[in-house]
Design a protein around this ligand. Structure first.
Ligand SMILES: C[S@@+](CC[C@H](N)C(=O)[O-])C[C@H]1O[C@@H](n2cnc3c(N)ncnc32)[C@H](O)[C@@H]1O
Length: 358
């Protein structure tokens, strides 16, 4: 039976499942869910097998908040023999397709991590075997479908494909970022990942560059401010808590010890507003929309904290509040949200106006 297999943060399978089921239904595609609890894997079994490719072509992966990566299954879970695993996999694939790339993947769990060495080792002869049968494109050719082999153990694998134009470029949808040793907190990786995920690299020279002014609400001790400073920006950091001395020493940071909900910039020369205040998500969502509508920033990147229960519905309500406020003023806008790898009980949202503020 054909399924869309989705990867999410372990513990968020319910949200990931609810989301794919809802967004598939908007495209009149129906099926039922099977959740691999705390393994970060969701199966959306399709009522009609042909609709797998239609759905992954029609629905941008970027529109899914909780899914990091996905593929359409080509097989059920296969039991592999102890020897000749490569031949067994090739046999199950059939030979009519050529794939652009192969991803050897596991669930994002401790057991999965223990399997990653096995996957790297098996990947070498599997790639060779696939290339010799012309089932995998020569190195450096990246157009076309991506073959996924998701291993649950050394002898259990499910095979499938995603479309090169609508897939994550990372194994299991997880970017591996290096923690910069000078950054004052681990939160720094959240904003680093957010910029990488939401802002295309070829647009960095105009949207994420030195000389810009930025405001960081809830900034202490400065992990997010660090990401702005290292990109050459001048930052106003708002927090009652102390900022790292190393950041203050750069001369690029002004620290204001006031309430982030009351601060407004004196001049409309702020490009980036970033916000990591631990506060009610509805309050933060409203604040962000107000900044954009007043023209006090050009782009906003912020976290919305997730509740313990009813997380999917809460996220929908928070985003709807922003959409309603922006639509009321008839501005064009871009709004994307993602549960990023370095996020935990929060999602990251990026918003910007595409027409002048009212
Ligand atoms: C998760 S921490 C921020 C971490 C920071 N982004 C970093 O990378 O180091 C949340 C911060 O929000 C601040 N905060 C919470 N409510 C605030 C408010 N109303 N105004 C200003 N700061 C606030 C807290 O003092 C705390 O330092």
């Amino acid at each position: 039976m054909t399924a869309i297999v989705l990867y999410c943060r372990p513990g968020f399978e319910k949200e990931c499942g609810a989301e794919i089921q809802e967004k598939a239904a908007w495209n009149e595609i129906y099926g039922y869910l099977q959740l691999k609890k705390n393994q970060g894997i969701v199966y959306f079994h399709l009522n009609n097998a042909d609709e797998g490719e239609i759905l992954i072509a029609k629905l941008p992966l970027k529109r899914l908040i909780f899914a990091r990566q996905w593929f359409v299954s080509l097989t059920d879970t296969i039991e592999l023999p102890e020897y000749n695993r490569v031949e067994a996999i090739i046999e199950h694939l059939g030979q009519e397709w050529q794939y652009a790339d192969l991803r050897m993947e596991t669930p994002d769990t401790n057991d999965g991590k223990a399997l990653s060495k096995f996957c790297r080792k098996l990947g070498v002869p599997l790639r060779q075997g696939l290339r010799s049968k012309k089932m995998l494109a020569p190195k450096g050719q990246h157009d076309g479908a991506v073959l996924h082999a998701l291993f649950f153990s050394g002898s259990e694998v499910i095979l499938g494909y995603s479309l090169g134009t609508n897939t994550s470029p990372h194994l299991m949808g997880i970017p591996r970022l290096k923690f910069p040793s000078q950054a004052p907190s681990r939160s720094t990786l959240k904003l680093d990942e957010a910029f990488l995920y939401f802002i295309p690299k070829d647009e960095w020279p105009t949207r994420l560059t030195s000389g810009m002014n930025a405001v960081d609400l809830g900034a202490a001790p400065g992990g997010w401010t660090y990401q702005l400073v290292r990109r050459g920006m001048m930052v106003t950091s708002i927090d009652n808590g102390p900022m790292a001395e190393s950041l203050m020493d750069t001369g690029q940071v002004k620290h204001r010890m006031i309430d982030g909900f009351k601060y407004t910039p004196a001049k409309q020369n702020v490009y980036w507003l970033v916000c990591d205040m631990i506060e009610k998500p509805q309050r933060v969502a409203k604040l962000m929309a107000e900044w954009l509508l007043r023209g006090d920033c050009k782009e906003a990147m912020f976290n919305l904290k997730l509740p313990m229960k009813g997380r999917y519905q809460q996220v929908q309500d928070d985003l709807q509040l922003i959409k309603d406020m922006l639509s009321e003023h008839q501005v064009k806008y871009e709004l994307y949200a993602k549960h990023l790898y370095y996020d935990r009980e929060e999602i990251t949202v990026h918003a910007r106006l595409l027409s002048p503020p009212p």
